[in-house]
Design a binder for this molecule. Structure first.
Ligand code: CA
Length: 222
């Protein structure tokens, strides 16, 4: 009888220990990889790419004036798109992070206008702005102007209503949307661009694709 009780007790303890290990492991994202926030950013109304119902959301806090963002867009993003966005695992979101003054704000206004008026053209326009960064002195050189943005919009294959875009830029029609983005930057203490978040995790090194994959896979298996 005593032995039986001992066996049962041992089994119960083993089950509790195993369950605890499984539960704690399932949520275990190393601090070396990312900073954890209580909740993921609110992304309603933000430009997004991929399956809207995808289980994982990856957010790029990006600035069109930022050379590192261009570099991220050309190196990390295509891999993420091919492996996880196109396959329906990840929904990708862009949040304007205008850290480089008036030009960043101007590009942010233009991108909001394109997303709201010609969403099919958004990701092409987004890529094209990055590609228009001058080769040198991107931070200091003045290059984002209304004319340049309209020129960029006119070469995008999908149709963008250029008159509407011009009006929106001139009247800062999307101030509220840009302000929403700036609030998110504050809320999530975004200090550099690009900053990449995977659900409620903010990556320490946005260029580390292996870590990005690890985070996406962990979140996908929740
Ligand atoms: Ca936005």
């Amino acid at each position: 009888m005593r032995n039986k009780l001992l066996v049962i007790l041992t089994l119960v303890v083993a089950i509790v220990v195993v369950s605890w290990v499984v539960i704690s492991n399932s949520n275990n994202v190393s601090e070396d990889l990312a900073r954890e926030f209580d909740i993921a950013p609110a992304i309603e109304g933000q430009p997004h790419l991929g399956d809207p119902e995808a289980p994982v959301t990856v957010i790029e806090f990006g600035d069109y004036k930022c050379p590192s963002c261009k570099s991220w867009d050309e190196t990390v993003f295509p891999q993420l798109k091919e492996e996880y966005i196109d396959s329906g695992v990840v929904k990708f979101v862009h949040i304007n992070t205008p850290f480089h003054g008036e030009e960043s704000l101007l590009a942010a206004q233009a991108s909001e206008s394109v997303w709201h008026n010609s969403p099919d053209a958004f990701w092409e326009f987004h890529k094209e702005i990055y590609q228009n960064q001058p080769e040198t002195q991107q931070h200091d050189e003045l290059w984002v102007t209304e004319e340049r943005l309209l020129e960029i919009a006119s070469v995008v294959e999908s149709t963008i209503d250029l008159e509407r875009l011009e009006e929106d830029i001139q009247s800062s029609a999307f101030n509220e949307e840009v302000a929403t983005d700036i609030n998110l930057i504050d809320e999530y203490e975004v200090a550099q661009t690009p900053t990449i978040m995977v659900n409620n995790y903010q990556m320490n090194n946005p260029f580390d694709y292996i870590s990005l994959v690890e985070l996406v896979e962990t979140e996908n298996n929740q």
